[in-house]
Design a protein around this ligand. Sequence first.
Ligand SMILES: [Ca+2]
Length: 111
Amino acid sequence: MLTIIPGLYTVILLNVLLIRSGVSEDALMFKHFDKDKSGMLDHQEFKSCLRALGYDLPVVEEGEVDPEFQAILDMVDPNRDGQVSLQEYMAFMISRETENVQSRSDRPSKL
Ligand SMILES: [Ca+2]
């Protein structure tokens, strides 16, 4: 027998469903942007993917640094091997989703 506060249980369940439904969509996104079907996103592929997700990343010249993109790379490609695996990508998406859930109540909507 489980004793659970019903409201809390509902919130947890909704979060699980939200994250799960997001996960399969994210995996599809990953496959879509893996143009050469290598199973990894290189930085160019990953950047296209981020743009599709609504990140406003500037176009930079070869060798120029985009701080916002670099900050994201710190999370998904900390050793800078130039490749983002599905696992790294998913971890990034889940942390993003969690951040959205946590900040939704105390941040005004950007839209
Ligand atoms: Ca690839």
